[in-house]
Write a protein that binds this ligand. Structure first.
Ligand SMILES: Cc1cc2nc3c(=O)[nH]c(=O)nc-3n(C[C@H](O)[C@H](O)[C@H](O)COP(=O)(O)OP(=O)(O)OC[C@H]3O[C@@H](n4cnc5c(N)ncnc54)[C@H](O)[C@@H]3O)c2cc1C
Length: 462
């Protein structure tokens, strides 16, 4: 039997691509969908933080479209940033004219110098940056790097950029040329540079609607948290005490949880697990009468004195997500062992509500009149943090799992997967799948493609 741990996108995709043949999925929650699930309650449809499909893979685009019978919205993605009272379009490095003075002038000078230095260094072979801060300063100059992305890094990734590697960056951060810096200073200019340009979202049912058909015909056991795994005996025991044998174990559980559930873990592997960093998400849903309309799909909040890190209105993804005249503003607040929340979630929620008044999402009068309802949800695994020890810690864990049937893949330490590269090695009897099991920068399309890859590479071995 293929025993699949977790009914999030990666687990569902693996089962669906295996035609659910000989597959059983164990899911600890009472619902499917994992991080990409949607909740429908009181007329609102709520995802777990903003989810939109911006995949460049035709296979996933077509699959999602088919799953909703083509009933999706396709929308341009325009994003903005809040920075000390200014609204600056994203990416801020190509909209310098919207930055307040004197920062604007300092950023322009530094950014031009950085662009010129890069041109010069192109003539020789520059030393690769040692860390993300160095990369930021080389790309944007010190003034911009320190005031904006470095500050945002501390809020979103919860560590300083000097502690992060650069292997996760890919096309995420646009480095402006000299000409682009000049153009970014022209008042009124709208400049490109964000790696997400358009996105798709189901017309109804929330993001989950894109993939819930994967569950049709699947053998899913809800409320079945795995409590123990015996790799030698090839069994998994669920909280009820029931033990299930497996021929192949496909885990989508967060890797640290998976290792902690295993028996006889060597001390170096337990120590490696402690080096893996992930953020926790406190998601604050603020339900209020619709107050102000924002043309942007979501907002990044750079100010370090504000808890709010990213904000979006659920009805901006699909009008059906909120009842007429009402809004749900979702605010993400991140913490980790490096940057604990330091207060009860309810206290953060109150702070966030006041920040939303200041930023123009809800009205002070509505808040005072009690017309605003606030709910919080916590998520223990949100974003993998690409700190420098990640690769060697993963290597230690995977080397140990290799002894128990994991088949190593050439790119298993990389932050992302190149789906166009040569097919992965055949899967073994232990398989890691998904964002938190592979400890990679995976979006929903990566999780779908991983499920397909598992089915393809295990064909003939079943
Ligand atoms: C705030 C935020 C916004 C995002 N926005 C986007 C976006 O716009 N577009 C996009 O493409 N991607 C987005 N993502 C990424 C996307 O959510 C993830 O890549 C994807 O949902 C991960 O799926 P998964 O199956 O790998 O993991 P999960 O969804 O975490 O699935 C793992 C499953 O395992 C279950 N489980 C855990 N422990 C046990 C246990 N002991 N026993 C049994 N079951 C267990 C969990 O309940 C869960 O259902 C976003 C992520 C975050 C954090």
């Amino acid at each position: 039997m293929n025993l699949i741990l977790g009914a999030g996108l990666a687990g569902l995709s693996a089962s669906w691509h295996l035609h659910h043949h000989d597959c059983v999925i164990l899911e600890k929650s009472d619902v499917i969908g994992g991080h990409a699930r949607s909740i429908i309650a009181d007329g609102f449809t709520l995802d777990h933080g903003p989810h939109i499909s911006f995949t460049r893979h035709d296979y996933v685009r077509d699959l999602f479209a088919r799953n909703v019978d083509d009933a999706f919205h396709e929308m341009p993605i325009s994003v903005a940033n809040f920075y000390r009272g200014s609204v600056v379009e994203h990416p801020a490095q190509v909209h310098l004219w919207q930055l307040p003075q004197p920062l604007r002038a300092a950023c322009a000078d530094d950014m031009k110098a950085a662009a010129a230095a890069r041109l010069e260094s192109d003539l020789c072979t520059p030393r690769p940056p040692d860390n993300y801060l160095e990369w930021l300063r080389r790309s944007f100059g010190r003034a911009f790097a320190d005031a904006l992305p470095a500050a945002y890094t501390r809020k979103y990734w919860t560590v300083g950029p000097e502690e992060m590697s650069v292997d996760w960056l890919g096309p995420r951060m646009h480095t402006p040329s000299l000409a682009e810096v000049e153009a970014s200073l022209v008042p009124g200019s709208r400049n490109k540079g964000y790696y997400i340009t358009t996105g798709r979202y189901p017309q109804t049912g929330g993001f989950q609607h894109f993939f819930e058909r994967f569950a049709d015909g699947a053998h899913i056991r809800l409320n079945s948290a795995v409590a123990q795994i015996d790799l030698a005996k090839k069994t998994a025991t669920i909280v009820t005490g029931e033990t299930l044998p497996f021929r192949r174990l496909i885990s989508t559980l967060p890797l640290p949880d998976f290792v902690r559930l295993c028996s006889d873990v060597p001390t170096d592997v337990s120590a490696a697990v402690e080096q893996l960093d992930c953020t926790q998400l406190l998601l604050i849903d603020v339900f209020a009468p619709r107050f102000s309309h924002h043309d942007y799909r979501w907002f990044y909040v750079y100010d370090e004195d504000k808890a709010s890190t990213r904000i979006h209105c659920v009805e901006n993804m699909a009008p059906a997500n909120a009842p007429a005249g009402m809004s749900c503003v979702q605010v993400e607040v991140y913490s980790s062992r490096h940057r604990p929340l330091g207060e009860p979630p309810e206290s953060t929620a109150v702070r966030v509500a006041n920040e939303l008044v200041e930023l123009g999402f809800i009205s002070a009068a509505d808040l005072e009149k009690g017309l605003v309802r606030i709910a919080t949800r916590s998520c223990p695994f949100a974003n993998i943090v690409f700190t420098k020890p990640r690769r060697s810690a993963l290597d230690t864990i995977f080397r140990w799992l290799e002894d128990h049937g994991l088949s190593r893949e050439p790119d298993d330490l990389d932050a992302t997967t190149d789906w166009g590269a040569d097919p992965a090695s055949p899967v073994g009897s232990i398989v890691m799948a998904g964002r938190f099991a592979q400890w990679k920068y995976f979006w929903t399309d990566d999780c779908v493609l991983r499920g397909r890859q598992i089915a393809t590479t295990s064909a003939g071995r079943n």
